[in-house]
Every structure is written in C-alpha cells, then in structure tokens.
Design a protein around this ligand. Structure first.
Ligand code: S3P
Length: 459
C-alpha cells in the first residue's frame, strides 16, 4: 500500500527550541481542514468516476486516508496545490468495485481513518483489518463496533473488542438502525451514516450534543439525502436512506479552524500582535473556539468570503469560510460547559493556554473524552503547562486554570500528540527564556510546516 508518507516535520534531533517573540505580525494560510479532507477522499472512493479535491490538507493523517483509498481500488493522484495544500484527483470504480482480499489497512495515528473506514467496510462483502500506531492502538473502538454489529457486520477487536486492530467483515444489505450515541462523536456518527448508505431502509443517529456535520453536508453535495432535525432538547437526529448513490464531484476544502486556533490564541495572548488568517472554515459546528475566545475578550474580526477574485467561497460542499484578523487582547476567564467541550474538542489544549493568560479562574467541565485522543490530553496539557509555570489542576474530567500567570520557558513533552506539540510551541512565544518541545514532529499529523509559519510571523 502506498501510504503517501510525509517527510517528518520538526527538528531531526527530536526537540524544537522556541524563544519568546518580540512581535507577531503577518498572514497565514492554514492547511486544508483535516476532517473535511478525510471525508472528501473517502466519498471519492465511494463514488464511481473522477472526483477532484482542491485545498486538501497535507498532514500525515490525510495522507494515510489517501493511501487506504488507493489500497481499496481507486487511482489516487496527488499534486501540489499551493504552499500549504494539495489537490487530489481520484478515479474510483465506486463502492461496489471494492474487492478482496484487502488485508491490513494501516491507519497510522488517525482515529478518523479507522472509525470511518470501519463504517464504509461494514457494508462491503470483504474482510479487512484496520490497524495503526501505538497511540491509535490505545483508542476506544467499542463505540463503533456495537452499532455496526447491530447493523449486521462482523467486527472483532483486541482486548475484548475494545481496542484496535479491528477486523471487519462487511455484508450487504445491512440492517438500518436507530442509534443514540453515548458520547458526542462525529466519528461514530459518520461511521454509522456511511454504513447506513448500504442499509435496506432509513438509519437514524441521535446525538444529545450535535457534533461537526461535515459528513452530512458532503454527502448531500454528492446527491445523497441526509436529513438533520433538531430533537427539541439541544440535540439532533440525523437520518439517511439506504441505497443512495454517492456521486463523483469537484470540491474545495476550506482552511482548518482547528489549525487556525493556534494563531488566534498566539495573537490574543501576545502583548504586540496582529495576525491575519486566510480562508478559515467557520462552519457553525466547528467555530466554538472562535466564539469561546470572543467570550473571553479576544479581538477577533471575521471577514466572510463572499466571492470575487480567485478566492472562491463556492466550495461545492456548502462550508462557510472567512478570513480572521486577531490582535493582542485582554482576556477574561471563562466557564466551558460539557456541551462546549464537545464543540471545541480539538481546541481545548490551546484554549487552556489562553486561560493561563486570562484574568480569573477558567473551568473546563466534562472533558473526559480528552483522555481518549492521540494522547491522554488532560494529563498532557496539565503536565506541560505546569512545567511552564501555569496554575492548572485536573480533577477527574474537569480542569481549572488560574490566570494570568507569567510563563517561564522549560522542557515540555508533546507525548507525540500534534495538538499538544503546537500548544506548547505557542506557549514558548510568550514564555520567558527557552522552551523546548519534545517530540515536536507530531505537528505534521495535521499541520506540516507549522514551525516554518511560527518563524515567519516573528519579524
Ligand atoms: C473528528 C472528530 C473528533 C475530533 C477528530 C476529528 C472527525 O473526534 O476529535 O480530531 O473528523 O470526525 P470524535 O468524533 O471522536 O470526538
């Protein structure tokens, strides 16, 4: 299998040294959205014919998905788009062209690849093994195995069906289900919806807290009827009719708001900063980090892209996009409730850094899911920020952070987790002295070129 392997980023010696920056200025074009890039590649595999994806992220996780799409029978061509993104041209025989033997599919560090491909393969009569790196092998999979089994697929996993590798034997047609997710998870929802395409009837997923809705938007853009109905209680019911045909298309991926979040916080907490972040996705189910920072007092200006010139908002998939301008801000503490944690799940580490510079006590409640990400992020963020002098405490699934605190440069470990590596590197921009980030190359999972951008904005 061609894995589209990326060269490792960061410092070859395994640490990245960050010195404080006197000023932050400049424009940044963040990588294409990781969640959307994964889905664009997967849906291109399901569609028969040629799909083109512009502006895709080029992080290791997206390359992993591209490699699996190729292993499952599509022709995948990857060409540079611009400095930060790539274009894919995919020619696929369609979902019915997926043939065995498939063997082991290496999902690397990517939970999205593993869980969404499990949903796809549940409805295809082949046997495949979804495996990954040591971090992925610690991530829970019972949450996808249970619904996909009820739908009629056969799945087995390690350690009492709780951890990867996952062996999937698909079948068709699957049974439609009505499933309420136990934890808010776009990956679980998406796995069920993708399996629902192959079911004989209507599949329903009920979410108590709505999660990112890229799968729904992108399936609709490819001709599939997906209904999303508020449940009247803050949640949502999503319905998909089995048997729909996913059509090939051309689409454009917006910049990743989860990557933009690092620059939003960098400028907001730095005493002399103004940054412009171009072409950022501001989908209502992804923009919680922007709204939480604004609630803390961050000076963020949002300039919606309305068309004209070469920067087209017509991405083909109905994802709203804006340029963001962010300046030095005076931050106040905030209470982040469990539903907001779910909406900003990938941005909690960098929001914790913002909280160290905010006046008062910030609380993050109901953040237990962070223990099941690429690392135990609750432990990792607390260890790293305390090493820099932050006042941060973890109590079961809650965090409290007291600010503002002057951070002092120190060695910190990313735990090989991209979001922790980037959070600690941004902390180094305002900490006194020298911050060293251990295992910094993990940033390339979602943001190749992150450290180059970090240097570029310090004139
Ligand atoms: C993602 C969903 C989130 C998020 C991950 C990407 C997706 O995970 O943390 O980085 O693309 O669906 P969960 O849905 O498991 O919370």
């Amino acid at each position: 299998m061609d894995t589209f392997a990326a060269p490792a980023g960061g410092d070859p010696a395994g640490i990245q040294v960050i010195h404080p920056a006197a000023r932050l200025r400049g424009e940044i074009g963040v990588p294409g959205d990781k969640s959307i890039s994964h889905r664009a590649l997967m849906l291109a595999l399901l569609a028969s014919g040629e799909s083109r994806i512009h502006g895709a992220g080029d992080g290791d996780d997206v390359r992993t998905t591209a490699g699996i799409v190729q292993a499952l029978g599509a022709t995948v061509e990857r060409v540079a788009d611009d400095r930060r993104t790539v274009q894919y041209r995919i020619v696929s025989p369609g979902v019915d062209g997926i043939r065995g033997p498939v063997g082991v599919l290496d999902c690397g560090n990517s939970g999205t690849s593993l869980r969404l491909f499990a949903g796809i393969l549940a409805g295809v009569p082949v046997t495949a093994v979804l495996d990954g790196d040591p971090s992925l092998r610690r991530r829970p999979v019972a949450r996808i195995i249970e619904p996909l089994r009820v739908m009629g697929a056969t799945l087995r996993a390690h350690d009492g069906d709780s951890l990867p590798p996952v062996t999937v034997t698909g079948r068709r047609p699957l049974r439609p289900i009505d499933w309420t997710t136990a934890v808010p998870s776009a990956q679980v929802k998406s796995a069920i919806l993708l399996a629902g395409l192959r079911a004989g009837g209507t599949t329903r997923v009920r979410e108590r807290v709505a999660t990112r809705d890229h799968s729904e938007r992108m399936l609709r853009a490819r001709g599939v009827t997906v209904r999303s109905l508020p449940d009247g209680d803050g949640g949502v019911v999503i319905e998909i009719d089995g048997g729909a045909v996913v059509q090939a298309m051309e689409e454009r991926v917006p910049g990743d708001p989860s990557a933009a979040a690092f620059w939003l916080v960098a400028a907001a907490i730095h005493p002399d900063a103004e940054l412009v972040i171009r072409n950022v996705g501001v989908n209502p189910t992804r923009r919680a980090v922007i709204d939480l920072l604004a609630r803390m007092g961050a000076r963020i200006e949002e300039r919606p892209l309305t068309g004209g010139g070469s920067r087209r908002p017509d991405d083909g998939i109905g994802e709203p996009v804006a340029d963001l301008v962010v300046r030095t801000s005076d931050l106040q503490a905030v209470d982040i409730a469990p539903a907001e944690v779910a909406a900003a799940i990938d941005e909690i580490p960098i929001l914790c850094l913002a909280a160290t510079q905010a006046r008062g006590r910030t609380t993050v409640r109901g953040a237990g899911e962070l223990r099941h990400k690429e690392s135990d992020r609750l432990a990792g963020i607390a260890a790293g920020l305390s090493a820099l002098g932050a006042r941060i405490a973890v109590d079961r699934e809650n965090l409290t952070i007291d600010g503002p605190v002057r951070l002092t440069g120190a060695p910190v470990d990313s735990l090989d987790d991209h979001r922790l590596a980037m959070t600690f590197a941004i902390a180094g921009l305002i900490a006194t002295g020298r911050t060293t980030v251990g295992r910094p190359e993990s940033a390339s999972i979602s943001y190749p070129g992150f450290y180059t951008d970090l240097e570029r904005i310090r004139p």
